[in-house]
Design a protein around this ligand. Structure first.
Ligand SMILES: Nc1ncnc2c1ncn2[C@@H]1O[C@H](COP(=O)(O)OP(=O)(O)O)[C@@H](O)[C@H]1O
Ligand SMILES: [Mg+2]
Ligand SMILES: [Zn+2]
Length: 293
């Protein structure tokens, strides 16, 4: 048999993704992803950003859902970002969060049609041509699925870790599992799973109901050897808050739901290393050393 070590290395070398470029001004970059749309990624991203910021951290959001940007709306932001030199964009600030979204640059109502390389280019511009100001955390609000945007992010950008958002339905869990595997395949650490719309608490009588099923995300986390970071209720205030541009973390910072977001945020910060990864542009495992004898 020919030398198995050198064979493996050659294969791996071929599969090495393109160089990951550091993102200036960003310490940790966390992708918030899911398999399915409509499970609450964007809502969770906004509220987690505010939860992180409430501990004194400097936080930003990159809205990577180029097909359906929702951060401008959720953070109540209008208008165009400044660009003193006509190239680098200043992030817009909503509720103290530095934010960049394609939604600031194109008409919200106009459907955007992206072809092949355009999507990578647009994402790269938003990421690298925004003047992020000394961020501890940049949360990336991902589109649903496992498409081009995910691959570009995972291969070209120094993602510190991914968080998977799911609802308790079987179908959402199935798609969430796919999302999780994709990040594992491209060597992005999965930090954990958030179950959103986990339980409904009746605003009349306080009765609790598991409308979409129970325990699914917990099982999925334990099967995948990852953490269930938290369960968030199906709550009218969460919905109205994100629709009104006043996230519940800002509207009711002392409520139980705010506590739940803060508990998730605190777990996340503890999982990330002291020194940032995004600012250095590394997280790929090094190539194995080739030993010939
Ligand atoms: N925990 C929740 N309780 C009630 N409504 C929610 C909750 N999470 C999200 N929503 C609502 O569900 C809809 C989809 O959420 P969104 O964050 O846009 O999902 P995604 O980004 O995954 O497509 C929005 O109207 C949002 O307000
Ligand atoms: Mg979204
Ligand atoms: Zn009731």
């Amino acid at each position: 048999m020919s030398n198995p070590v050198s064979y493996l290395s050659a294969q791996q070398q071929k599969r090495q993704p393109p160089e990951q470029k550091a993102v200036p001004g960003v310490k940790h970059m966390i992708a918030i992803a899911s398999g399915k749309g409509g499970v609450g990624k964007s809502t969770t991203t906004t509220n987690l950003a505010l939860a992180l910021a409430s501990t004194g951290a400097r936080v930003g959001i990159l809205d990577a859902d180029l097909y359906g940007p929702s951060q401008p709306h959720m953070l109540g932001l209008k208008g165009m970002p400044d660009s003193p030199d006509g190239k680098i964009l200043e992030p817009m600030i909503g509720h103290g969060i530095q934010t960049m979204s394609i939604g600031f640059l194109v008409d919200e109502e106009a459907p955007i049609i992206w072809r092949g390389p355009m999507i990578t280019q647009a994402l790269t511009r938003l990421m690298y041509e925004t003047r992020w100001d000394n961020l501890d955390y940049l949360l990336v609000d991902m589109p649903p699925g496992t498409g081009d945007i995910h691959l570009t992010m995972a291969q070209r950008m120094p993602v510190s870790g991914a968080v998977i958002v799911t609802t308790p339905q079987d179908i959402a869990l199935l798609d969430a599992r796919k999302g999780l595997r994709m990040f594992e395949k491209v060597n992005v650490p999965v930090l954990g799973i958030i179950e959103n719309m986990s339980i409904h608490i009746c605003s009349n009588c306080g009765h609790q109901e598991h409308i979409f099923g129970q325990g699914g995300a917990r099982r999925m986390a334990s099967e995948a050897g990852t953490t269930l970071l938290g369960e968030l209720p199906l709550d009218l205030g969460i919905r109205t808050g994100s629709d009104a541009g006043e996230p519940i973390m800002a509207a009711e910072p002392d409520g139980q739901i705010a506590d739940a977001y803060r508990a998730i945020a605190s777990q996340l910060t503890q999982m990330l290393p002291e020194s940032g990864t995004a600012e250095k542009g590394v997280h790929k495992p090094p190539l194995p050393t080739i030993v010939m004898d």
